[in-house]
Design a binder for this molecule. Structure first.
Ligand code: BMA
Length: 864
């Protein structure tokens, strides 16, 4: 046994919270799959999971490296015991003592001094076990036995209806309230964790604040005034208790106070204009955060409990209304009366081992979003209701959060026992998340209606409210249980699923869609993003390799034999079905490309950068002002990874941004300029196919996400490769506020009409620069003839001039897709996947260069 901790309840009346974190040890114990386990106790700290502790002890290899994932599969099929002892002295006043476990992963029997406190089976729940009667004066022993999630899920599946259809993982996961990605996903390894994944503590009290519901909003037609309604629920309330509440600014100034009898429990404050400030999403104003301190005071005036809640004043709505000139309805977010185009990302758990994510990592991710000009994060349903830190940072920075409930890609069962657990889970999640101004929508699940539709079991004509006996039983959860909880406990908008709406979940005119017909589905070219648009595209993506240092980090120590794209280890680090065919399809269609690892990394990265930037560019164009919000959001799948791998992520496990991160960031700047080019072939008449004309048409537009109109100039230059500039013109543009503005359409300047397919189009690159009154470049975009594989690249003279914290790039001919790098540790770049034009030198900020020479890869650099 390891040294026990001393836990004393002091002689004071205030609720005391005493963490039980010291003196823990763990061992494997016999399980169904591994009956012969030798007891071997190892010290550990909690919160933790078994894998993490075994890695620390060198008992298992790190599953992120090589093929080691497969050597640790037994861990998820074993049972594990954790225990600790602590000294305890009963406080005289403590009428009640609870053991509070904020999260147990997942199937856990909790015993105190040999007596069972409870058994758990839902990782998303926090548990409160009354235990005063079981505590001993002096030494106490707390034991947690975690049964194999693999085995328990299989058992639940066998007992409650058997396998149901799903995408990703084993069907038994559908019967388990445990983070679903642990069963393996198309970007993640199979790692079924077990352990106390959140803190454990004893709480002693006489009465306690159990819940505080706060509804803060802006009022009046112009949102200048505000109100706050609050209600307090007390556990073990007794006569004479008083509640004292105080609203404070971030700097501690008191805005309002109230004192009331605890049994009254409710009050409301109204605020005049200027008394409190509104919370805004990033780009539209500040993020003032207030705190509501609620004190519970007994009849003698002694404070016995305090709880603090985040308060922000903002009104968030999802607007679904008819659109001018297009079918269906909008699906847009309006905050404080301002309609916001949501350009952002999907979030998966940042680690296969959740307890390894230190708060700073959440901050890094949100900071990255901000650098990338993003304003919305979707917490996807196959992971967890995230750590408070993530939502706190989003509140502070003004990032909007789309929150799924934790169901993903499956036909989930619905039976009384499970439904009860889900209801409790939803109540706890909604109560925890509702005070975050960042959270603006709850969605019932990820893609479960798509799964049901693909099987033909979704019956949209059945609106009976009784679905448990149908072939899509979880409609009961998404259409009855969850909306009731969200409506009862919060003011947040509820959406049945992501995606959902219209005639089916792929209806592009109503609700949101996941647009996977690039990569999955019909595997469209990315130039088709415009015709694939939806009202709100909450998922779309393209894979790209991570930074080469990340690829090197997952090789086995000292073994570089697997450092090539087709190696067994490379394949194990890409979990997507058919990834080789799909990567190659998009590469072959568009690029001449080299196939050694460093070049493959580059070409897949540029392909990803171009694909994703095109989506944001074309969909943001569809945000055309009030009544014409034809596309109101684009959330890339996905911002992050849970391990080092090849996936759709735009930054890798180590938060290293891929080039796509930067190409997206350029499309989400407040001001952008866009172009689209199409070949149009017109036959002379209907009796010939030999005589026709091909014109190259180009459309030019600009976007402005600010609330003020902006006058600017667009400078449009046509450059024929190998030849030089062939046209230059300018356009004065008055950019409408919070909308895109069409500027011009015509034929590609310098490109003659063609009358034969053998008449090869001239390789004309068109660059647009958006310039403000002072001639400062607000945005640039260059449009290249596609596909790029047909281009004969000129002989380039790319000049890279290194400064201390920037590099200057200049060129003799237009260059596409410059990615900068150095030998040794990587630098922190301000831009990548850069298109460079003669006469338009670009200065790229960089940190960590340390006098090193910069090298560049780009299309036509001689590597292919
Ligand atoms: C989606 C997501 C994930 C998946 C991704 C890539 O539809 O919801 O389930 O990882 O596509 O296939």
């Amino acid at each position: 046994m390891y040294p026990s901790q001393i836990t004393h309840i002091a002689h004071c009346k205030m609720r005391q919270s005493l963490s039980v974190t010291g003196g823990w040890e763990f061992t494997q114990i016999p399980s169904k799959a591994i009956p012969k386990a030798t007891e071997e106790w190892h010290p550990c700290s909690i919160p933790t999971s078994v894998h993490v502790e075994l890695i620390k002890l060198n008992k298992i290899p790190h599953p992120f490296r090589g093929l080691a994932e497969w050597n640790v599969q037994w861990v998820g099929e074993a049972d594990w015991q954790f225990r600790t002892t602590f000294q305890y002295a009963l406080g005289k006043h403590a009428d009640q003592v609870d053991l509070v476990c904020d999260g147990l992963d997942t199937y856990c029997d909790v015993t105190l001094n040999g007596k069972t406190l409870g058994s758990t089976e839902n990782m998303f729940l926090s548990h409160r076990f009354p235990c005063r009667e079981l505590l001993l004066e002096g030494e106490n022993e707390l034991v947690l036995v975690f049964r194999s999630a693999w085995y328990e899920a299989k058992k639940a599946e066998a007992e409650n209806g058997g396998p149901m259809a799903l995408w990703n993982g084993d069907s038994s996961r559908l019967y388990s309230r445990k983070a679903q990605y642990g069963w393996g996903w198309d970007w993640g390894p199979i790692l079924l964790t077990a352990g106390p994944w959140k803190p454990i503590r004893l709480e002693a009290y006489s009465s306690r604040i159990d819940d505080v519901r706060v509804d803060a909003k802006l009022t009046g037609n112009d949102y200048q005034t505000a109100s706050l309604a609050a209600s307090v629920t007390i556990a073990r309330s007794t006569k004479g208790l008083v509640v004292h509440a105080q609203l404070e600014t971030a700097s501690g100034d008191v805005v309002k106070e109230a004192t009331l009898k605890a049994e009254d429990g409710e009050w409301k404050w109204d605020f005049e204009a200027g008394e409190v400030d509104a919370w805004w999403p990033i780009g539209y104003g500040k993020q003032p955060l207030y705190s509501l301190k609620v004190d519970l005071v007994d009849a003698n005036g002694t404070m016995i409990d305090r709880s603090t809640h985040r308060v922000a004043f903002r009104n968030a709505k999802v607007i679904q209304e008819p659109l001018e000139g297009q079918p269906g309805t909008s699906f847009l977010f309006e905050v404080n009366g301002v309609r916001v185009f949501c350009g952002g990302s999907n979030w998966i758990p940042a680690d296969s081992f959740l307890t390894e994510i230190e708060p700073d990592r959440y901050r890094k991710w949100v900071d990255l979003m901000i650098r990338g000009n993003q304003n919305m994060l979707r917490v996807w349903g196959g992971g967890v209701y995230e750590a408070d830190e993530l939502y706190d940072i989003c509140d502070e920075k003004g990032i909007l959060v789309w929150q799924d409930f934790m169901f993903g890609c499956g036909l989930y069962p619905s039976y009384d026992h499970l439904n009860a657990s889900v209801k409790l889970e939803a109540e706890q999640a909604v109560k925890r998340l509702r005070d975050h101004p960042s959270v603006v929508i709850f969605a019932g699940n990820n893609e479960d209606y798509q799964v049901a539709e693909s099987l033909g079991v979704m019956d949209y004509s059945d609106n009976s409210g009784h679905y448990m006996k149908t072939k899509f039983p979880a409609r009961q959860i998404y259409e009855v249980i969850l909306p009731e909880v969200v409506e009862r406990l919060s003011g947040i908008f509820y959406h049945r699923s992501s995606p959902y709406g219209g005639e089916s979940s792929s209806d592009r005119t109503v609700g949101d869609i996941h647009q996977w017909n690039v990569w999955h589905g019909t595997q469209e070219p990315w130039s088709n993003w415009d015709i694939l648009a939806g009202r709100f595209v909450s998922e779309f993506g393209m894979q790209g390799y991570p930074n080469k240092r990340t690829v090197q980090a997952w090789q086995d120590d000292g073994d570089d034999s697997q450092y090539f794209p087709q190696s067994r280890v490379s394949a194990n680090h890409n979990k997507a079905d058919g990834f080789e065919r799909r990567l190659e399809l998009y590469l072959m269609e568009n690029f001449r490309h080299a196939f050694d690892m460093d070049n493959y990394i580059f070409y897949t990265q540029i392909m990803q950068a171009e694909t994703l930037a095109a989506a944001y560019r074309l969909w943001r164009r569809n945000w055309k002002g009030r009544g014409k919000e034809y596309t109101s959001g684009a959330l890339v799948w996905q911002i992050n990874d849970c391990w080092p791998c090849v996936s759709w992520a735009i930054a890798d496990y180590y938060t290293r941004p891929k080039p796509a991160f930067f190409s997206i960031a350029r499309e989400l700047r407040p001001y952008t300029v866009g172009m689209a080019r199409k070949e149009v072939k017109k036959p002379r008449d209907n009796v010939t196919s030999a005589f026709f004309e091909i014109t190259h048409e180009i459309e030019l537009w600009a976007c402005n996400s600010t609330l003020q109109s902006k006058s600017a100039t667009i400078e449009l230059v046509s450059w024929e490769l190998h030849k030089g500039e062939v046209d230059r013109r300018t356009f004065d543009v008055n950019m409408a506020p919070n909308a895109s503005t069409e500027v011009w359409k015509g034929t590609v300047p310098g490109q003659p009409v063609r009358t034969s397919q053998a008449d090869v189009p001239r390789p004309i690159v068109v660059q647009a620069r958006l310039l403000d009154d002072q001639g400062e470049v607000l945005a640039r975009y260059s449009n290249w003839p596609e596909p790029w594989k047909y281009l004969i690249f000129p002989k380039y003279d790319l000049k890279i001039t290194e400064g201390s914290d920037s590099v200057t790039l200049s060129t003799n001919e237009p260059i596409k897709g410059i990615v900068l790098d150095v030998e040794g540790d990587d630098c922190d770049w301000d831009d990548q996947a850069i298109d460079l034009f003669p006469g338009d030198d670009q200065v790229i900020g960089v940190r960590g260069l340390g006098g090193r020479k910069v090298v560049a890869k780009y299309l036509g650099d001689g590597s292919a």
